[in-house]
Every structure is written in C-alpha cells, then in structure tokens.
Write a protein that binds this ligand. Structure first.
Ligand code: UD1
Ligand code: CA
Length: 462
C-alpha cells in the first residue's frame, strides 16, 4: 500500500513580522535548514508514494526549497486547511493508498512519532488517524472530543469552543494519516460553518464518523514535538530544543562536546567518535567529520569532509558591526566542498573553500585557500593566499606533496607547484614551479651597511 504525503505550507506567517514578502514562513531556518525540510526529512522514510507541498505566501521561495523532493500545489487564497487540501486534487485526488498530512512549520516532529502513527493506522485498518497531544498549555489548539467509550468523535477549534469543551486537555497536533480516496470524497462535503468562515480539514473527522469509517488517534509521547514556529520566539525555542537533541545524540555516540549550549550542529552532520568539539563551534550542512579530531574553539564548518585522527581545526570569530544587507561570515571558516584528510592542521584565520588537503597538510595561520589541491605533508606558510579569481573565472592551484610554501606568498592561479618545491616567503608566484625547485619571486634585498646612522643624523632636530 502506498503512503503519500501532503504538507501544508501556504500560511503567511504574519507573526514572523518579516518585511520581506518573498520569503515563506517555512523557509525560516534552524541550524542551517529550512523548517519545511525538517518536516520533509522526518517523514521521508514513511513516504512510498507522492509528496505534495501546498504553497501560497512566498510560494516561489517555498517551492525552491523542496525542488526535486516534492510536487507543488498552489493555494492563492487562504480559506482554511480543508480548502488547502482541495488544491491538491489535480495531483493526488485520485490516488489509492494512505496520505500523511503534515504542517510545514513543526520542525520538532520526529520520524519515530510519525512511524508510530503510521503503524497504528495501518495495523488497525483505520481510515483516519489524527496525531494528538496533551501539552501543558492547550490554548490555540483544536480540542479532541471523544465519546463515552473513548472514540474520537470530532475536533473543535479554539475559537469555536463552548462550555466544558474548554476543559479538554487533549489537542490536535495538526498531523494526520487518512485514506486518500475517502479523504477526497469527503472534502467536497466540508462547509465553512464556524467562527472563522473557513473550510476546516478537521471537520473531515465528523464526516468520516457519519459514514461509519474507522477513526483513531495516536497520542504523542512528547508534546514538544508538535510545537509550531509561529513567531521568532517560538523559532528560537524550537532551535534550542533541536540543538539539544542533536548534541545529545552526538555525545551518546562518543563525541565530546565541551560546551553543548554553545555548539551548533546541523541535522545532517556526521561526526566520528573521540572527536572533541570545543565551545562556540558551528558545524552545518552536509559536513562529515571522522574520528579523533579536535575542532574549535570558535570554528565554523559547512559542507565539508574531515578525515580521521587529530585533524586540528581552529578558527575564531570576532565581533563586528552589522549594517543592512551585509553578509557577515565568521572570520575564519571552512566552507563548501572542502576535503581535509587525516593528520592535517588548519589554524586560526584560515579560510578554505573547494579545496582538497591530502594527508598531513598544515595551514596554521591567516590564509585563504580556494580551489586548491594540496599534496601530502605540504606546509602552507602564514598568510598564503591563492589568487583564484580574476573577476570572471575561478582557477585552480595545484601543489604537490612535501612542498613548502613560505609565509605571505601569493599563488596566482591557474598554477602548479610540483612536489618537493620551496616557495620563498613573500613571493608572488605566477609561473609553474617544477619538482624540487626553489622559486623566489620578490625584490632582491640590498643592505646598506652603516646607513642607519646616516638616517639618524638626518633626523636630528635642528
Ligand atoms: C490547526 C488545526 C488545529 C490544530 C493546529 C495544530 C484546523 C482547522 N485546525 O489550527 O485543530 O490544533 O492546527 O497546530 O486545521 N494553512 C494553509 N492554508 C490555509 C490555512 C492554513 O496552507 O488556508 C496551513 C498553515 O500554513 C499551517 C497549517 O496549515 O502550516 C495550519 O494552519 P493554521 O492556520 O496554523 O491552523 P491552526 O489555527 O493553528
Ligand atoms: Ca498553527
């Protein structure tokens, strides 16, 4: 049996109070990953059929985030969650199977919880299962109304509650799995008979009960998992919980994190055991880190691979003033497509991009190494810069193994420095250097012996 997914993401996210109308609420990021992608990834292993994301406000932006991962349905006017699902009719209205319905702004939901809901639904032959929770604060959520024998009979929205319904502690987490054909049959019977004048998806439950379909509820063990990110306070709260969850998992797996409160690791990062992460470190994207490395303090790594054993990666962030629309990176960083092999060292204020450090390469201080291939055991002196960009094209720097690049050298790419060569400090190298050669490309020094006294004489006050 196929399991499809529909993800609701048309909402405006008014409470985010963004001045940018182009950006969708589900595009706000936690640990470098957009909210909608957290939800998609949590559901991924359960989905065997089609995936549809419903977009509206900032829809182009949202659609881009899920490109290649989902089909897009547009909801141009927000007339409720039921109306949103109707927009997917042309795409999956006729599919057989079961459909997970999720919200794009609940990044804390786990695969474990979704799997639990799907299993209960499938094994119990339910037609509709709603995910519910018992949070401390029920305000704002639809309440689950059960019959005397405990069966779910309907959901009543906060604004439509009457009398004792206010006392109900169980709420709708806003996630469901529903028989697809029955869902799309009943959608047409929704009516906007409520305070908001919307078509509520939740009213499908009443319609299913009338038909005698089997409706169940799956209760979340941890009600935090349904927390939405409606404003930037909730965004930070969710980020805090996710950071803790991720750091904890790495520590359980044998990674030392010296200061988990000040370590930010993205959800797709892998780290081998015995690696030690010092405070104020940010590791994002598809970064893979091997075993027994020392990372940090104050280091920023993104989309890179670091091998095993004692690669020491250190860099530092400093305070800076941030005006409008300026991208401020950390002052030293390792960014996309870097591959750092075993026993290498990357010191402070070194920036690396699209570069491959073979085993035992050392770049300890103050360097920019972009589009570079650096051979085994080569030493890169302080202040070495690869001049990889001519204003239009990027070019490669290739350095062989066991080379020694003197401090403050500028390597003008494209350039090849063969193995075993030396580059004298402060050289500007723009011609290839053959094997075992010393390249000196700087002005020759002249010593005027005794001339310091002449200067001092001239400088005497008259
Ligand atoms: C909804 C549920 C409520 C549940 C709560 C859980 C309904 C009627 N109510 O309420 O029972 O407790 O979620 O968080 O479903 N959306 C659209 N198009 C629309 C309306 C909403 O795409 O026309 C999307 C929103 O972007 C959001 C999701 O659907 O991702 C939920 O909508 P929202 O307005 O936040 O519903 P709630 O009032 O929170
Ligand atoms: Ca909501």
């Amino acid at each position: 049996m196929k399991i499809h997914a529909i993800i609701l993401a048309a909402g405006k996210g008014t409470r985010m109070r963004s001045l940018n109308n182009e950006i969708s609420k589900v595009g706000f990021e936690i640990l470098g990953k957009p909210l909608i992608n957290w939800v998609l990834d949590a559901a991924k292993s359960e989905i065997t059929g089609r995936t549809v994301v419903i977009v509206g406000f900032g829809g182009n932006h949202a659609a881009k985030l899920v490109e290649g991962k989902a089909e897009i349905a547009w909801q141009h006017e927000q007339k409720g969650t039921g109306h949103a699902i109707m927009q997917t009719i042309p795409l999956i209205g006729k599919e057989k199977g079961q459909t997970l319905i999720l919200s794009g702004d609940v990044p804390l939901i786990t695969n474990r919880a979704l799997k639990g809901m799907v299993e209960q639904h499938v094994n119990g032959n339910f037609d509709l299962t709603v995910l519910t929770a018992k949070p401390e604060n029920t305000f704002g959520y639809g309440r689950i109304i059960r019959t005397a024998n405990g069966e779910v009979s309907k959901i009543i929205e906060q604004k439509d509650l009457e009398g004792d319904e206010h006392l109900v502690k169980e709420v709708n987490a806003g996630m469901y799995i529903i028989d697809n054909e029955k869902l799309f049959e009943e959608l047409h019977n929704l009516r906007p008979n409520n305070k908001q004048g919307e078509l509520y998806l939740t009213d499908v439950i009443g319609l299913f009960k009338e038909k005698g379909y089997k409706v169940g509820a799956h209760v979340l063990e941890n009600s935090d998992e349904m927390l939405g990110t409606n404003d930037r306070v909730q965004l930070a709260e969710a980020a805090e919980l996710l950071k803790k969850r991720i750091n904890r998992a790495h520590m359980i797996n044998g990674v030392t994190i010296e200061d988990p409160n000040n370590t930010y690791i993205g959800p797709d990062v892998t780290i081998g055991p015995d690696t030690i992460i010092s405070p104020n470190t940010v590791i994002l994207g598809n970064t893979k880190i091997g075993v027994a490395n020392l990372i940090g303090p104050s280091t920023y790594l993104k989309d890179m691979v670091i091998g095993d054993h004692n690669s020491i990666i250190q860099s530092h962030l400093v305070d800076s003033e941030i005006k409008d629309n300026i991208k401020v990176g950390p002052f030293a960083r390792i960014r996309e497509h870097a591959l750092v092999e075993n026993d290498s060292r990357i010191g402070n204020f070194v920036e690396i991009k699209k570069s491959h450090f073979h085993e035992g390469v050392k770049a300890s201080h103050l360097s920019y190494l972009g589009d570079a291939e650096i051979g085994e055991k080569t030493n890169i002196g302080a202040g070495t810069i690869t001049a990889n960009y001519d204003g239009v094209n990027k070019s490669k720097t290739v350095i062989g193994k066991k080379a020694f690049i003197g401090s403050n050298s500028t390597l003008v790419a494209p350039i090849v420095i063969e193995e075993g060569s030396y580059v004298a400090a402060a050289s500007i190298v723009n011609k290839d250097v053959p094997k075992d050669t010393l390249a000196i490309a700087r002005c020759r020094q002249e010593n005027k012996v005794g001339y310091a006294n002449v200067i001092r004489e001239k400088q005497k006050k008259k």
